[in-house]
Design a protein around this ligand. Structure first.
Ligand SMILES: Cc1ncc(COP(=O)(O)O)c(C=O)c1O
Length: 363
């Protein structure tokens, strides 16, 4: 959709990336780190300074203790961490439960490892997880359950009760959890992000995965990290060492200093909530129906009142005829669905949001 958008000079609300600049302090820090010689390989697990800063941040935010020496690895973005975690633990014949609509990198990684994705569809109207259904699907072959909160593409946020249900289903079993938490700070209405790190039993069986790219508006840096207990990290490391070895050093050194200051990330929920609310206020008068976003930088819109077209056709027509692009939500499912819902990214400057909304109100 980004390519089609560029071809037609459309406003690109399809792919999830900000169109505003990152904090200049972060750029200065990277420059300073390059000038002060952080230009050779970082340690395989990531720069120690960054792992220490991450451990401190996780302790401050979730009250969870991770050992920087053995339980934290810096990765080339969350996608690599997800691939590495799946490859490290999923073997031929294993089943992995995931929830659709789902971010697109989970299923291919499972299949490449020889595993079988077991899809559970989130329930309308608010994309809730039916934990009874999950319970029925769990069996001896279940190796891993993948959750994602705040959720791409729906903007759904898991609650404490969801995490408790997951805890109940997995406790007493060997089932592992991969928790994709790349939007941990993009959460609205004073909700508290329910990280697996907050729940001791879950923490002991989970890979928790994060992305500096998402948090600090620098998706192009491809910098993230994984937290896991030592026994899981040992397996993760075996893949990471020969797949990536080490992640770029100057940006790690800069990030170590940057995240040590809480004021650099404390404001993020409000910053994005303003964007969500601004976009929603402008769309309210349109024929699109808003599906509330509780987290992430995505807004779902239903176009049922406008057209009966397939969402894959609708977004192409929207791009070509009207000049705004979006992602059809059906592509996040493994089976055909006809929900007439599209995903738009509001991680944009106010001018971009206003221009896009003005067009959407004419459709
Ligand atoms: C849910 C989710 N997980 C992971 C990623 C990938 O993050 P990164 O760019 O750090 O690889 C994305 C990016 O869109 C995402 O939406």
């Amino acid at each position: 959709m980004s390519a089609l958008s560029a071809q037609h000079n459309a406003i690109n609300l399809s792919q999830g990336f900000p169109d505003f600049e990152i904090d200049p302090i972060l750029i200065e820090l990277v420059n300073a780190k390059m000038r002060s010689g952080h230009n050779q390989y970082a340690p395989m697990q990531g720069s120690l300074a960054l792992r220490e800063s991450i451990a401190q941040k996780v302790s401050d935010t979730y009250g969870a203790q991770y050992d920087p020496e053995t339980e934290i690895i810096v990765t080339a973005g969350a996608t690599q961490a997800i691939y590495t975690a799946i490859t490290a633990v999923v073997q031929e014949g294993d089943e992995v439960i995931l929830f659709t609509p789902a971010y697109d990198c989970y299923a291919p990684a499972i299949q490449l490892a020889g595993g079988e994705p077991i899809y559970v569809q989130l329930k309308s109207p608010d994309y809730a997880i039916d934990w009874e259904e999950v319970k029925k699907l769990v069996n001896r072959r279940t190796k891993l359950i993948i959750i994602n909160t705040p959720h791409n593409p729906t903007g759904k946020v898991l609650t404490k009760s969801d995490l408790k249900q997951l805890d109940k289903i997995t406790s007493g079993s060997d089932i592992l959890v991969l928790s994709d938490e790349v939007y941990e700070y993009i959460i609205f209405d004073n909700a508290e992000h329910q990280s697996v790190c907050r729940f001791e039993n879950l923490r002991n069986r989970s890979f928790a995965i994060y992305s500096f790219g998402k948090t600090f508006h620098c998706t192009g840096w491809k910098l993230g990290y994984c937290l896991a207990p030592q026994n899981l990290m040992k397996e993760f490391k075996k893949v990471h060492q020969f797949n990536v070895f080490a992640v770029n050093h100057p940006m790690q050194a800069a990030m170590a200093e940057y995240i040590a200051r809480k004021e650099n990330y404390r404001h993020i929920p409000e910053f994005y909530q303003e964007k969500r609310d601004y976009f929603a206020s402008l769309i309210k008068g349109s024929r699109f129906e808003l599906i509330e976003s509780k987290g992430s930088y995505f807004q779902l819109l239903s176009y049922k009142a406008i057209s009966d077209e397939k969402d894959t056709d609708f977004v192409v027509r929207m791009t070509k005829e009207f000049g705004v692009s979006a992602i059809p939500v059906s592509v996040f499912y493994h089976n055909p669905v006809h929900e007439q819902v599209i995903r738009l990214c509001f991680a944009k400057r106010s001018e971009t949001i206003a221009s896009a909304a003005e067009i959407l109100c004419r459709i």
